[in-house]
Design a protein around this ligand. Structure first.
Ligand SMILES: O=P(O)(O)OC[C@H]1O[C@H](O[C@H]2O[C@H](CO)[C@@H](O)[C@H](O)[C@H]2O)[C@H](O)[C@@H](O)[C@@H]1O
Ligand SMILES: O=c1ccn([C@@H]2O[C@H](COP(=O)(O)OP(=O)(O)O)[C@@H](O)[C@H]2O)c(=O)[nH]1
Ligand SMILES: [Mg+2]
Length: 734
């Protein structure tokens, strides 16, 4: 039976050695807590790190580690102390984590730790590859494993790979500062589906892909030369019933409350004070220090709340080997001390601070006992605590104050949404929360609960997996015409048998790859020799048919006696003859169009005009991709309006707009060329939109081939110009 393989840095259980035996505790953090139920309900395995390094595991306990993992349907990846240093404390948490959370001043770019990151990703890949069976689906999680999809895809192209990023993807301007930006993007693009919590993270990612790797991005699809990668957003949910049920049970047994016990013990004798809860890993991205300061500001601005409120703050130790986390610990300790010192009275401590992790029952106790939750991350991928708090409010009372910088804020508009840097706003939100009538609390939470219950973690995972399975289907639609070996054999067979053969070859993007400056795309020696040799075969005619001007083509193919067609069919140089115009064309329209194009060149850096006798082309391949596309569509509208009364046409080529007589196109040119001649083998190959005319206008029996994975009227497609070369070599050898 096929299975799902989940892979994340950390396994859902963390192993420790206690008295020479292995002890397992649940992992803390959103990824592990959220995916746990998905894993439990599937027959899959989870691959990840146990929390123990090789050095920490004595020889005699190695089997026990594997056994403890296996009992929980997990497979451990064995890592050394050095691995953890460079990979986890290094590149993952001193480079990617701060950078992706916009803490650029905390970001370190260390080559060594990147190298360890690469090595460790390879270690994960090894374990994954050992465990994959045919038909399995792979789901890779988070920023520690961004190279993994490519490493798996290379070895197992047959396996479907999904990737989900649990943290924000930063804007291009931030991401571009990473020295290994290309490697990271390429690693991720090994996936078939890439998921983010929000649309903003998704669009930042797509923008980086199109700017840095220059891949074609349309809507949420990235076209690679042989595959399509789908990108979408899936806001992660929680195991709603688990939290709601536990809260209901807890409510039924009120005396269980540890907080209540504390009050009963008179540690603090203001039992009526409202409790404001905050729970997070002690992480600078969570805005903990700001939160305490904002709370201080609140007590100053609204002193009537002194002794009427209490901040209950749970900070879970996290990544404490990273200096920034140690500094934060110190800062928070000091802030709590200072503020408690400043405001406390004999009967009231304004902040209760716990620095540890708590078992599930105690979390439920906190969630259900506190009237307000105050979550103020500076940046947070999602923030599941916000969702958990709302889910445990069985009677629907309680107020959630949530930072707009948390992914969760996008779905939780009924909460009081604040900017974590705006203390004024936080203080006012706290006051509003304290005074909010119960009816309003219930009204807000009703909406929130309904949504959380519906789009729970199970639904989220299902949604992601369905989209992942749909991706095969998507590539199949286009792959249906990818030229297979038997079809290729059949074509060469027909070629060999034919008594009169013609090949129409597009130039740029087909015989030669794109270069930044079109003048530099001259044919190499091998290409010239191949064309010459095919053309010299008996009864064989090669026609290079291009949108280029006749001078360039003529110079490049000066000594090769083939037919050249330039400017999409305006000019023709027959074998052994001179260039001649094929039609009577006017070009007086150019005086009106040229200044318009010039205006677009001035406004759009990197673009330029190419002048031909009967057409003008505006190239934008060197422009910023987004801006280029926007300006092109704007310009195309302007030109189409202008050309409505003339016989002008606007051709949308590959990063080029060409304006010319609309009665001229490659389809007409090939039709005229073969008219009245009895070719028994017809072949046409091209890469862009303008070649579609040839594919459409040639008779059905022609072999038509598109270069690149795109929608086309051609019968087949091949991946790239290297494959075109292979075909030419086979023609030459036939
Ligand atoms: O494994 P650690 O280094 O101890 O860190 C714990 C996890 O923190 C991060 O969680 C994120 O995932 C949550 C669920 O999607 C999301 O709500 C939150 O905003 C994120 O910060 C991290 O992404 C995980 O890899 C860590 O395991
Ligand atoms: O002592 C604790 C405190 C928190 N959590 C859980 O840790 C997760 C935190 O996830 P969140 O998305 O809020 O933030 P992250 O830590 O993943 O950045 C939540 O599911 C909490 O229930 C926990 O298991 N033990
Ligand atoms: Mg071309």
């Amino acid at each position: 039976m096929s299975k799902t393989i989940i892979i994340s840095n950390r396994l859902p259980l963390q192993l420790q050695i206690d008295n020479n035996t292995i002890k397992a505790t649940p992992s803390v953090g959103g990824l592990a807590t959220g995916m746990k139920s998905v894993h439990r309900d599937s027959n899959g395995v989870w691959i990840g790190w146990t929390g123990l390094t090789e050095e920490e595991t004595p020889e005699e306990l190695v089997d026990d580690v594997a056994k403890a993992a296996q009992d929980a349907q997990c497979v451990p990846v064995s890592l050394t102390e050095e691995d953890i240093d460079g990979f986890y404390y290094g590149f993952s948490n001193r480079t990617i984590w701060p950078l992706f959370h916009y803490f650029m001043e905390y970001t370190e770019f260390e080559k060594e730790s990147y190298q360890t990151y690469v090595e460790v990703n390879k270690k994960y890949a090894e374990v994954v590859l050992e465990n994959i069976e045919e038909g399995d689906t792979v789901w890779v999680h988070d920023y520690q494993l961004m190279l993994l999809p490519e490493l798996i895809k290379k070895e197992r192209p047959d396996v479907q790979i999904g990737f989900f990023l649990h943290i924000p993807f930063p804007s291009y301007e931030v991401f571009r500062t990473l020295p290994w930006r290309e490697e990271i993007l390429k690693g991720l693009l090994g996936s078939d589906l890439i998921g983010f919590h929000t649309y903003d993270y998704q669009r930042h990612f797509l923008s980086s892909v199109s700017r840095i790797l220059r891949h074609e991005v349309s809507f949420n699809e990235i076209t690679l030369k042989d595959r399509i990668v789908t990108v979408n957003s899936y806001p992660m949910g929680i195991d709603y019933d688990k939290f709601a049920d536990a809260a209901a049970k807890h409510d039924a047994a009120k005396n269980q409350s540890e907080l209540q016990r504390r009050l009963d013990l008179h540690i603090d004798s203001t039992p009526d004070a409202k409790m404001i809860l905050s729970i997070d890993r002690l992480d600078y991205s969570k805005g903990i220090a700001n939160r305490i300061r904002a709370y201080e500001y609140f007590l100053e601005k609204y002193p009537e709340f002194k002794e009427k409120v209490r901040l209950v703050m749970l900070a879970v130790p996290s990544r404490s080997n990273v200096p920034q986390y140690q500094l934060l610990k110190k800062e928070v300790d000091e802030l709590v001390g200072r503020i408690n010192g400043k405001f406390a009275s004999v009967s009231w401590t304004p902040i209760w601070y716990f620095y540890r992790s708590m078992p599930f029952e105690n979390l439920i106790d906190l969630y259900t006992t506190c009237e307000v939750a105050l979550l103020t991350p500076i940046r947070d991928g999602m923030n599941l605590v916000a969702k958990e708090y709302v889910a445990t409010r069985t009677d629907k009372t309680g107020v959630l104050i949530l930072s707009e910088m948390a992914g969760a804020a996008q779905e939780m508009s009924e909460a009081l949404i604040i900017n974590p840097n705006n203390f004024e706003e936080i203080a006012d939100a706290l006051k509003q929360a304290m005074e909010m009538p119960e009816a309003e609390q219930i009204k807000r939470n009703k909406f929130l609960q309904k949504r959380l219950k519906r789009y729970n973690v199970e639904k989220w995972a299902d949604d992601f997996m369905h989209s992942l399975h749909d991706t095969t289907h998507k590539s199949d639609i286009v792959k249906a015409i990818r030229m297979r070996q038997d079809q290729e054999d059949e074509m060469f067979d027909a070629y060999k048998k034919s008594e009169k053969r013609i090949l129409f070859l597009d130039y740029d993007g087909t015989l030669r790859g794109f270069v930044n400056n079109p003048e530099d795309a001259s044919p190499d020696d091998e290409l010239i020799e191949l064309i010459r040799s095919i053309h010299s075969q008996e009864n064989t005619e090669v026609v290079i048919i291009s949108g280029r001007d006749r001078h360039t083509l003529g110079t490049w193919w000066q000594d090769v006696p083939i037919t050249l067609i330039a400017e999409h069919g305006v000019w023709k140089r027959p074998v052994g003859g001179e260039w001649a115009v094929t039609e009577n064309l006017k070009n007086d329209w150019m005086e009106t169009v040229r200044p318009i194009l010039e205006k677009y060149v001035d406004r759009t850096a990197g673009t330029f005009i190419e002048e031909k006798n009967y057409s003008l082309a505006w190239h934008y391949r060197n422009a910023d991709p987004d801006l280029g596309e926007k300006r092109a569509s704007e310009l195309s509208t302007v030109l189409k309006e202008l050309s409505a009364n003339n016989e002008l046409g606007v051709l949308d080529g590959n990063k080029v707009l060409e304006i010319k007589d609309s009665t001229i196109h490659k389809g007409k040119a090939v039709t005229k060329h073969i008219f009245g001649k009895d070719y028994t083998f017809k072949f046409a190959i091209g890469d862009d939109w303008t070649d579609e005319y040839m594919f459409q206008d040639l008779p059905d029996e022609a072999f038509t081939i598109k270069v690149g994975l795109q929608k086309t009227a051609a019968k087949y497609y091949v991946d790239d110009t290297d494959r075109v070369r292979d075909l030419l070599k086979k023609f030459a050898a036939s």
